[in-house]
Design a protein around this ligand. Structure first.
Ligand code: A3P
Length: 328
């Protein structure tokens, strides 16, 4: 099948027609609303390319998430579970000297570069099962992902911690884009935008609820995971993950401590300490290697939310999640 490219004129017209908003109060960085979700202006072309050209394979495994909900963590866990026969954990796994984002590729460019499709990683030549990630909503996924047998692992996080994480990550991003003189808005300002859904890949609740509903309707298609559950009982959820992808742990593996070993390796403490994930060295001109590993805790929001913010968020959550069965 021939790659369908996006004509410059078409792209220009589309961008012109989409609703726009500034990000972090800064006119230089615009988000556009495409298929009901906000995304960085530079992603549009790649999303279109992806939607028109990507052909899923039945064996593909796709991590879907909003930014800052535990994507990097899930990448390292999924990679470990899938490749556990190939590498011993302690001394051979590529996770010891590769950033998780270089082992599980983002379908739409994660780093904000306008990559061409197929990505430089040559998606079509990856070994099976291919592992991918995306921040796209379920609606916007390429059709073949929905119609094939490929499986989706969705990770979600309580919106309060996600917001705090996104705030710090975005400041870093903006400084890399605009220089150290960038003056970050207050957390309160950022919070107001978040409540209106104006954040990359937002609105938060709309995306989470979409995947949540599919996970209920098609439990073999979408596994819905929560960051907090993974933190609370990693072994239970790692076993669920392994079963979901059709690679359950054997009794022998469990008794030999394979599950525990993976949890240790993928813990924030270990991952953050690895050279591949630390230091100011940049993955590209937008993010440092270490920017995906901050605190990795549940409840950091308590250090940032005022009682007024908490009240507003609780009301919003109640309103958006009412009747869905989803809660945080
Ligand atoms: P904090 O900023 O709250 O620390 P994403 O990978 O989706 O971009 O999410 C990043 C968040 O996940 C950050 O949260 C980061 O510290 C946390 N994180 C990264 N690796 C982790 C790990 N191995 N275990 C737990 N949390 C992790």
């Amino acid at each position: 099948k021939q790659t369908q490219i996006i004509e410059e004129e078409e792209l220009k017209e589309l961008k012109k027609s989409l609703p726009k908003t500034s990000f972090m109060g800064c006119e230089q960085i615009q988000l556009l609303k495409y298929e009901n979700f906000w995304c960085g202006e530079m992603y549009i072309q790649n999303i279109l390319m992806l939607q028109r050209n990507f052909i899923a394979q039945d064996t593909d495994l796709l991590i879907a998430s909003l930014p800052k909900t535990g994507t990097t963590w899930l990448k390292s866990l999924l990679f470990s579970v899938v490749n556990r026969m190939k590498y011993s954990m302690n001394n051979k796994t590529p996770l010891l000297n590769n950033h998780p984002h270089d082992l599980v590729h983002s379908l739409e460019p994660l780093y904000g570069e306008a990559f061409e499709y197929p990505r430089p990683h040559h998606l079509d030549q990856l070994p099976s099962p291919r592992l991918f990630s995306t921040h796209l909503s379920y609606t916007s996924l390429p059709q073949s992902i929905k119609t094939s047998e490929c499986r989706i692992l969705y990770i979600c996080r309580n919106p309060l911690d996600m917001l705090v994480s996104l705030y710090y990550f975005s400041i870093d991003f903006m400084k890399k884009q605009l220089g150290e003189e960038f003056k970050p808005p207050s957390m309160e300002y950022f919070f107001e935008d978040f409540c209106q859904g104006k954040h990359p890949c937002g609105p938060f609740f709309e995306q989470a609820v979409e995947y949540w509903k599919v996970s209920l309707e098609k439990p073999n298609k979408v596994l819905f995971l929560k960051y907090e559950d993974l933190k609370d009982d990693p072994s239970l959820y790692l076993k669920k993950l392994a079963e979901f992808i059709g690679k359950p742990f054997s009794i022998k593996e469990e008794s030999e401590g394979v599950v525990q070993e993976m949890i240790e390796l993928c813990s924030i403490k270990t991952m953050k300490g690895l050279e591949a994930n630390s230091g100011g060295e940049a993955i590209n001109r937008f993010y440092g290697k270490n920017s995906f590993f901050r605190k990795g805790e549940v409840g950091d929001w308590t250090n940032h939310f005022t009682p007024t913010m908490l009240e507003k968020m609780n009301k919003l959550m109640e309103q958006k999640l009412k009747g869905t069965g989803l809660s945080f």
